[in-house]
Design a protein around this ligand. Structure first.
Ligand SMILES: O=C(O)CCC(=O)C(=O)O
Length: 257
């Protein structure tokens, strides 16, 4: 699927944007199905909660941002079920982690117009820790995401430090301590994208994104894939029985568990 230099760049930088991985027709179908799902099932909320908000937002915006998040769009739409196995999406993941690939999750992060929620600096590892590093997140863009829409920003090469300690708590999404990790003093690169583009990144890459200040939605859907032999940390063995989307599961998880 990808060139040797693209694969090397993913491993070196911790991310890679692939432009127009989805055709305009595919993106249009996914986009209109997502519109329907949001209309029928979506609920607006403020986004991730936590003390980080005081460092990323001015006072009057701290409780008024907007977000629509939705797990498992395939529960509501066959189009979103089929895309889990999409040959070019899965083919790129195979280029990064090898022939056998297991799907882990699909989740919409919708930033509504004008005040779509930001995300603080974090890794995705603490949200779904596994006992290995071959876990690829894929940010499928349903809309154009220029910088002012709250495009993804990444700390290049930060995946090489592995999992980091995050702030956690009952009322906060895991995020990196703002006194050490904040865009004011930790340089990051913005990765604006177009509808149909996919940004692949390691679940140990530090990333964040700002407020959507445009008049348009900025919807991205994150897919997570990993090597089947990687096991979720602190979860029962049966949790590993997610769909295999390429190759096969070659180890009996119960026997080794
Ligand atoms: O969509 C974004 O702007 C950021 C999403 C994010 O942080 C994530 O997928 O972990």
């Amino acid at each position: 699927m990808l060139t040797a230099s693209e694969i090397e760049s993913y491993h070196e930088d911790g991310y890679l944007k692939v432009e127009q991985l989805f055709t305009p027709e595919e993106t249009e179908e996914l986009s209109s199905e997502m519109d329907r799902i949001i209309d029928e099932w979506g609920e607006e909320q403020i986004g991730w909660k936590g003390p980080w908000r005081t460092r990323y937002l001015v006072d009057e915006e701290q409780q008024t941002t907007k977000a629509v998040f939705m797990h498992n769009p395939h529960f509501y739409s066959a189009v979103w079920g089929r895309v889990i196995f999409h040959p070019r999406l899965v083919g790129a993941v195979q280029d990064f982690i090898g022939q056998d690939v297991q799907w882990h999750h699909t989740v919409l992060h919708g930033k509504p117009p004008e005040k779509g929620t930001p995300f603080p600096m974090h890794q995705d590892y603490p949200f779904y820790p596994h006992d290995g590093l071959d876990f690829v997140d894929c940010l499928v863009h349903l809309d154009d995401a220029p910088l002012e829409s709250g495009a993804l920003r990444v700390v290049q090469g930060s995946h090489k430090n592995g999992p980091l300690e995050h702030i956690r708590g009952p009322d906060t999404a895991p995020h990196l301590p703002t006194d050490k990790y904040h865009p004011d003093f930790l340089p990051s690169i913005s990765v604006p994208a177009k509808a149909g583009d996919v940004i692949f990144f390691s679940y140990c890459l530090i990333h964040w994104s700002g407020v959507n200040r445009t008049n348009e939605w900025r919807r991205t859907v994150r897919f997570g894939y990993h090597k089947p032999e990687m096991r979720p940390v602190g979860r029962p063995p049966e949790d590993v029985y997610n769909n295999i989307v390429a190759g096969g599961f070659r180890t009996n998880p119960v026997a080794v568990g």
